[in-house]
Structure formats: structure tokens, C-alpha cells
Design a protein around this ligand. Structure first.
Ligand code: PGA
Length: 281
């Protein structure tokens, strides 16, 4: 695992967007694993901007989202399908048939979960999995006690997660209690993982996830087992990491991060307006 601490939430989102863009440019048929949540909105805004201003091409890529609420149709404003259409899919040149989320309305949720795993396998597996982290350390909706080898399945949300997301639904009574989620094992099968965490309220759980002992009580600790995982944090979310000086050294010295060390505006070797000037910085 590598940990990259960026000076601001905007710079952290900028780096994640550049990593995804780099993957897409290298392999236009990339299979992306995507995440939802407030943290990801600024990543998607940057990808949309890269599409519009630098012709970042999504036409060949395929996407699989981590999760979807059980009982919400895709056109429900709180469904993750709606979120993805709104923040990314309808704003770039992706073929809608190449975008996948579990169907939370499926009559047979177990069959739907198994089908989702099959679809990922048929696509050749996930090349780059984007991840957020919940305040309880969940990845997707892999709540505490999710097995590290778990696969896509229906999970029951914890009271904590319901409290975290309830404001978006106008109160906890309107929130679904269950979701279909990729398993921790499904996530670990991705060839590369990038986790983005920003804000003070992620600092404690991020430190536990990165530097704590691994435990099924905190799904994100499973990423310590992943051979190719980068955690990108802003100063606030990275504020409780004990070894942050070392992590900064890695970013400044490892050649593979060199192109990302260039000041914003210089990527690709030519001047462009700074993504960091976007809203949210
Ligand atoms: P957030 O959600 O980006 O809204 O904090 C992250 C998560 O719960 O995985």
C-alpha cells in the first residue's frame, strides 16, 4: 500500500482523477470499479472536465459500481444509478450499456448478486477500483464483520451507516435497510485499488484502516493485503497517520509518482487550466 497526502481535498481529488485518466489513456478498454458518496463528487466533476477540455475518452471503458440500495429503482433520486448518471455517465461519452450497477429491485437478489460477479468476470475483472471509506471503515457496504473473502451479496446496513446517509433521504425512516454490495473479496480481486479520503471526520478511521491491525470489524483494513493499492488523503483525513513523514517521502522520491508531482496545469507536458481551481478547493 502507498499513502499519498495532498495539501487539500481538491488536490487529492485532482490526483485521483489524473490516475483514472492515465489508466483510460493507457488502456481505453479499462474496466473501472466505481464508488459513490460525497467524496467522489469532486472526482467525477474533474473527469467530466477532462472529457470536455482534453477529450478524455470513455467510449471503450466499462464500469462496475460497488453497490446499490435494495428497493430503490434506478430513477429514484437516491439510487446510486441516479447518482452515477447525474455525476458522470450522462456527462461523458460512455456507452450506457457498458455501465453496471447491481439491480436493487431484482426479484431474486441472490441471483442478481451472482450475476454481477459473473459480469465482472466476463469483462475480464476490474482494472482499477475506486474506493471511498465510511466512517465505520466500510468499503462499499461491507459493514463490520464482512468476511475478507466475501463476494457480491445483500448486506444489512449498520445504524451508523443509516445515520450517515439519512440526511440525503430526508430522515432515517426513509432509508433502505439493505444494499447489494461487491464483497471485500471482490474488491481485493481488482488489479489496482485507489482509495480517496478527505476531511477531518475520516482521520481516525483512516489511521485505523492503514496503520491498525487488520480485522473484519474494519473492512478497509483488508486493503493492507492488496498488492497494488494507493490511498490518497488530504491533510485533514491524513492528520492522524503516524508515519506520514515516510509517506510524503515516497511520493516525492518514487519515480512512478513523478508525473503526478508536476504542478497542476503541467500534466501531459502542456499548459492547461488548473483542475485545482475548480469548486471545492
Ligand atoms: P462519503 O461516503 O464519501 O459520503 O463520506 C463514503 C462511504 O461511505 O463509503
Amino acid at each position: 500500500m502507498e499513502v499519498i497526502i495532498q495539501p487539500s481535498a481538491g488536490a487529492a481529488a485532482d490526483l485521483v482523477a489524473q490516475i483514472i485518466a492515465g489508466e483510460l489513456r493507457t488502456n481505453p478498454r479499462t474496466v473501472l470499479g466505481l464508488a459513490t458518496g460525497g467524496t467522489m463528487e469532486s472526482v467525477y466533476a474533474r473527469l467530466v472536465r477532462l472529457h470536455k477540455e482534453e477529450a478524455l475518452d470513455f467510449s471503450g471503458c466499462r464500469t462496475f459500481n460497488l453497490d446499490e440500495y435494495v428497493g430503490l429503482p434506478g430513477d429514484h433520486p437516491n439510487s446510486y444509478r441516479h447518482y452515477m448518471n447525474h455525476h458522470l455517465f450522462r456527462k461523458v461519452n460512455i456507452d450506457p450499456r457498458n455501465t453496471h450497477l447491481p439491480d436493487g429491485m431484482a426479484a431474486d437478489l441472490e441471483a442478481e448478486s451472482a450475476d454481477y460477479e459473473r459480469l465482472i468476470t466476463q469483462a475480464g475483472g476490474i482494472d482499477l477500483q475506486l474506493l471511498g471509506i465510511g466512517r465505520n471503515g466500510h468499503l462499499g457496504f461491507n459493514e463490520p464483520l464482512s468476511a475478507f473473502r466475501s463476494r457480491t451479496r445483500v448486506a444489512t446496513l449498520t445504524p451508523e451507516t443509516i445515520r450517515q446517509n439519512a440526511p440525503l433521504f430526508g430522515g432515517p425512516e426513509h432509508m433502505p435497510r439493505r444494499a447489494i454490495t461487491m464483497g471485500v473479496g471482490t474488491i481485493l480481486d481488482g488489479r489496482r485499488c485507489v482509495l480517496l479520503a478527505t476531511g477531518l471526520d475520516k482521520a481516525a478511521i483512516l489511521a485505523q484502516a492503514i496503520e491498525g491491525p487488520f480485522t473484519c470489524m474494519i473492512s478497509a483494513t483488508a486493503l493492507q493485503l492488496h498488492p497494488h493499492c494507493a490511498v490518497i488523503a488530504d491533510e485533514s483525513a491524513g492528520g492522524r497517520l503516524e508515519k506520514s513523514d515516510y509517506y510524503r517521502t515516497i511520493f516525492m522520491t518514487d519515480p512512478k509518482w513523478e508525473k503526478f508531482r508536476q504542478p497542476a496545469g503541467q500534466a501531459n507536458g502542456r499548459a492547461r487550466p488548473s483542475l485545482m481551481q475548480m469548486a471545492g478547493n
